[in-house]
Design a protein around this ligand. Structure first.
Ligand code: NOJ
Length: 679
């Protein structure tokens, strides 16, 4: 989408926001403030000439002296002995349009300083640090210009630090611990953090919320954080198990942005779009072919082991079964039908380095792809292709063009990709989240875009806002999703999981969580159940943002609760705006979202294992309109363990300023559709 300035770019330095301190030796420090002055960053050189920064929020120090620099393998490190040779400042204020999203228009308003450093000698190599101060956080990146004597570089580590000024309450998942990004979140004091993923979220004693992450991850390793007391240091993921190098590149290059979002209250982190603002605008040109929407599919029955991916008597992806789902999708207004297990490759140990068997153009004999593609198209539905790679990226890359030609030829407008493996390594020995995998993920996205295919990526790398640049990268998993409820040995996701991830994982971007289980007690899985009430399942469609949402349960289970199913049929997946009404990490959250290009609103409110009262103030509604509210709430006897399927549906007329009060059961929730009356 186009960038159109709200007010023009202000090129020069801003006296209020930026100041450079000069000494007899030259410039020694730079102060940068965000447009409102709320966030201030001091950049300076230490006595040894090492770059360093500090940051504060509303005058309160948040990050103490934190060092910066790059550690190379062969070339000498870029750590100290620098002087500041130039500081260029600018301010920008523009608003850009998302082709789809949780917010239609996003304001990109910041002050920036490009600080040019040069080694004092005998070497005189150059390193730039670019700092940006937004009102919702700060960001910085390294930029190494092309220069004599520094062509190819191998980065062993960044010296980047984030030294917090208190032992904050921290929410984290462990990095490089064997399960990629799929963990339950730990909540500990900061000084107990060892090696963790980002987004990494903290809260100080006053309630100030801080989240560290990265933006515009491109041709670089992902950044984990290692803890030491209340300090954190960047820990880049290695390329390969036998190669400790983190990034192989050549000058000129820039690192991803290192981001620190800061907000007075944790709910404001959710509507901070800093990560997106730091990514390049759309590079795909016309993206009107991208369509958010809802899907069903041959999926949950596989996780319940009612059917199999592999061939045999229980093979699920048959022509007949797929037709059943296409009929169900068409009858209920769904856009897509996901089919897993349609292609050759599932008959061996695909999840354990057996991915070389996957063929992405050869359907199993009982899956008639031509007939099904036509059948789906005739009913106004498309099939979502599935590319499980078993983490065999080389095999996938060899077939990439053919695989996407095949999808396009058969009208499959979306694909779900997967990289299942045990451990943190791809079959070729590369790290799952190292530079080579980041390159692979970008390649897949681009090939998909060239074939007009939307990508929903599972077990891929974390989101750092690339959807702005490649809007066909429409959603991803990259956390524990609903599937864990079917088979996790720990009994599935506990009730607080979905009250945590909006403040952690979801700060990165949309998630294909796949909610919508109505048969909560999972009779075929005696050791597991879904740890929510049915009403909470509905609320998740609003709380967990994804432009493509799955109704994941079996059609026969929806048939048992047609009145509750109505919410899934009605709820939008593309939004004009998002408002977080209330929330505390790990306890409860309520979100209202306005359907894009519409006056309709949807609300989701959820709680952890504690029952609690909620009052939703409808002051966000258009004051000139009246609305029909349909409230899907927990019944009086609802409880996620004992009585999850007890719900009540009430319909009434409401207007702006009215309140909807309800009691959320233990593990419960409430969903509200607010449809504007004809006007
Ligand atoms: C893991 C994915 O998250 C899940 O959705 C999929 O069904 C399996 N892998 C098989 O590809």
């Amino acid at each position: 989408m186009n960038n159109f300035p709200l007010s023009s770019l202000l090129a020069a330095g801003i006296a209020m926001a930026l100041s450079a301190g000069a000494t007899a030796d030259g410039i020694s420090k730079t102060n940068l403030a965000s447009p409102s002055g709320k966030i201030a960053v001091d950049f300076y050189l230490t006595d040894k000439g090492q770059p360093a920064y500090r940051a504060s929020f509303s005058g309160k120090p948040v990050i103490g002296e934190s060092l910066l620099g790059l550690d190379f393998k062969s070339a000498s490190d870029m750590l100290d002995d620098f002087s500041i040779v130039d500081v260029k400042t600018r301010s920008a204020d523009s608003t850009w349009e998302q082709p789809w999203g949780e917010e239609h228009y996003i304001r990109d308003h910041f002050n920036e300083a490009v600080i040019a450093l040069e080694e004092k000698g005998p070497a005189t190599r150059k390193l730039n640090l670019i700092f940006r101060a937004y009102d919702d956080g700060l960001a910085f990146r390294y930029q190494v210009p092309q220069q004599q004597g520094l062509d190819k570089v191998e980065i062993m580590q960044e010296a980047t630090e984030f030294n917090l000024l208190g032992n904050h309450s921290s929410w984290w998942t462990p990095a490089l611990a064997g399960e990629k990004y799929e963990y339950l979140t730990e909540n500990t004091p900061l000084d107990q953090v060892k090696l963790v993923h980002t987004p990494f979220t903290m809260k100080d004693k006053s309630g100030l919320a801080i989240a560290i992450h990265e933006a515009a991850l491109k041709d670089y390793a992902t950044m984990n954080l290692s803890g030491n007391g209340t300090g954190l240091k960047a820990a880049l993921v290695p390329i390969h198990k036998d190669n400790p190098v983190k990034v192989e590149t050549s000058t000129p290059f820039a690192s991803p942005w290192r981001t620190v979002q800061i907000a007075e209250k944790e709910t404001d982190l959710i509507t901070s779009y800093l990560t997106l603002n730091l990514n390049e605008p759309n590079q795909l040109g016309d993206v009107s072919w991208l369509k958010p929407g809802k899907y069903v599919g041959i999926w949950w029955e596989l996780h319940l082991e009612k059917g199999t991916w592999n061939q045999g008597p229980k093979h699920a992806a048959t022509t007949e079964n797929t037709k059943k789902y296409i009929d169900f999708a068409a009858a209920n207004g769904f856009d897509g039908v996901l089919v897993e297990g349609w292609n050759w490759g599932w008959d061996g140990e695909w999840f354990n380095h057996g991915g070389a068997a996957f063929n992405f153009t050869k359907p199993y004999p009982d899956y008639d792809v031509d007939t099904l593609s036509k059948y789906a198209a005739d009913k106004g539905v498309y099939i979502i292709g599935h590319h499980e790679t078993g983490a065999e990226t080389d095999n996938y890359e060899r077939q990439l063009e053919d695989a996407y030609d095949f999808l396009q030829k058969h009208g499959m407008k979306a694909v779900k990709t997967g990289y299942v493996e045990s451990g943190e390594l791809l079959t070729n020995g590369n790290y799952h989240h190292g530079q080579k995998f980041v390159q692979h993920a970008e390649k897949v996205t681009k090939v998909a875009a060239a074939h007009k295919v939307m990508v929903v990526a599972h077990e891929t790398v974390k989101d750092t806002g690339e959807r702005r640049t490649y809007p066909n990268l429409i959603s991803r998993e990259v956390a524990r999703g609903q599937e864990y409820d079917a088979w996790a040995k720990d009994g599935g996701n506990p009730p607080d999981h979905t009250t945590i991830i909006p403040f952690t994982r979801l700060l990165a971007g949309p998630m294909d969580f796949t909610p919508g289980t109505f048969d909560i007690s999972l009779p075929s899985r005696p050791d597991n159940q879904v740890n929510t009430t049915l009403a909470k399942q509905l609320a998740l469609y609003v709380v967990i943002y994804s432009p493509v949402q799955m109704a994941s349960d079996l059609p026969e289970n929806y048939a048992k609760y047609p009145d509750a199913f109505q919410f899934i049929k009605d709820v939008a997946t593309d939004w004009e705006t998002t408002k977080v009404l209330s929330g505390e990490i790990g306890e409860h959250i309520a979100i209202a979202r306005q359907q894009r290009d519409s006056e309709n609103w949807f609300v989701g409110a959820i709680t952890d294992e504690k029952a609690r009262d909620v009052a939703v103030n409808l002051d966000f509604l258009n004051k000139d309109l009246s609305y029909t509210a349909t409230i899907y709430r927990d019944g009086d006897k609802a409880d996620y363990r004992r009585n999850p399927e007890d719900y009540v549906i009430e319909t009434r007329k409401v207007k702006a300023g009215d309140k909807v009060r309800a009691q959320l059961a233990a593990g419960g929730g409430m969903a509200i559709s607010l449809l504007a009356d004809p006007h």
